[in-house]
Design a protein around this ligand. Structure first.
Ligand SMILES: [Zn+2]
Ligand SMILES: [Zn+2]
Length: 349
């Protein structure tokens, strides 16, 4: 089968990839579509260190092909969106409703793939840039068949990361003010999460004026080319400022934009060793800085909710899919994503 493989030096599309059959508690999924997220590119440039060779992709949706012993919540033929959290389901973190904090789901990459007898790692417990992939049962979330799979694919990273950060981590309340720095795939989803939460105003900040139309469609009430103008809209500061770019000077900017009791939520991904600074006394008025892994999601609950909101017209998915590419066109999808020409490039099989 075909798939996108990175060997530590170059990335290429291969057609001799194999995946093993599902064992107990596992689901084999025929991937229909997978978004190209910045995190895939971060593996290629070393920002995210990951063992190689590895099959890339982590934002996919498809059709269940087979299930292993003990799997009862999905059956072959079901449509599923794939989560990247291979949590155990049996530890204290899982049972306090924090599967993203499960210690068995971080830093233990598996090798369900092989090429010519050599095992390949699975990126983000997912590897959706492959015609078929193998996930744990908790990761396969059944979705209604009315949702186009190229759109449903984005639930598993861009949507859950952005909307989840707003609803689960920041817990933005009705009428809260929100500033979103950066309006790429994650930023647009923070904007629509803020809209769903009933935030107002919702101020998007992006230096690229071409992003304004999409930002407003997703929920921005204001669009500014830089943070300088935020004080005109929010004279006392923001209740929530989301950094969605991954630059330390913008992290600082998010902190400096906060109102009393405000919180800065860091979603962008700078280099792993990057350090940011802030004036300590600027946090004294009950302000906070929050990290957020994967939208603090509970995928079986949240993905189903996002699917419902999509069908009700309240969550935008189709608008995130700028273009689809056959897997053979991966290099072009990568070039378009790196140049910022697309909200999401989606690879289809
Ligand atoms: Zn991602
Ligand atoms: Zn666990």
């Amino acid at each position: 089968m075909r798939g996108v493989v990175f060997d530590g030096r170059s990335v290429r599309v291969v057609d001799d990839l194999e995946v093993r059959d599902p064992g107990p508690g596992e689901v084999l999924v025929a991937v229909a579509a997978a978004g190209l997220c910045h995190s895939d590119l971060s593996v290629l440039d070393g920002t995210i260190p990951f063992p190689v060779p590895v099959v890339l992709g982590h934002e996919g949706a498809g059709v269940v092909e087979a299930v292993g012993p003990g799997v009862t919540h999905v059956v072959p033929g079901d449509h599923v969106a794939l989560s990247t959290i291979a949590n155990c389901g049996a530890c204290a973190e899982c049972h306090r409703g924090r599967p993203t904090m499960c210690r068995k789901a971080i830093g233990m990459p598996r090798q369900p793939f092989a090429r010519g007898g050599t095992p390949l790692y699975q990126f983000a417990a997912n590897s959706s840039f492959a015609e078929r992939t193998l996930v744990k049962a908790v990761q396969a979330v059944r979705i209604p068949k009315e949702i186009p799979l190229a759109s449903a694919a984005l639930i598993g990273c861009a949507v859950v990361t952005g909307v989840g950060a707003v609803l689960n981590r920041a817990r933005v309340a009705y009428g809260d003010s929100v500033v979103v720095i950066g309006t790429g795939g994650i930023g647009l989803n923070v904007l629509q999460g803020a809209r769903i939460a009933g935030a107002r105003p919702i101020v998007a900040v992006d230096a690229n004026p071409a992003k304004e139309e999409a930002a407003r469609r997703f929920g921005a009430t204001h669009f500014l080319p830089s943070a300088q103008g935020v004080a005109d809209v929010l004279p006392t500061g923001a209740d929530h400022a989301f950094e969605c770019v991954g630059r330390v000077e913008l992290v600082r900017q998010a902190v400096d934009l906060l109102d009393r009791h405000g919180q800065a939520v860091l979603l962008g991904m700078p280099q792993a060793t990057a350090e940011a600074s802030f004036v300590v006394s600027s946090l004294f008025l009950d302000k906070s800085i929050l990290g957020c892994r994967y939208g603090a999601a509970r995928p079986q609950r949240d993905f189903a909710l996002y699917a419902e909101l999509y069908l009700a017209g309240r969550l935008l998915l189709d608008e995130l899919v700028t273009r689809t590419y056959g897997v053979e066109e991966f290099a072009r999808a990568r070039a378009d994503a790196e140049a910022g020409r697309v909200a999401r490039a989606v690879v289809v099989f």
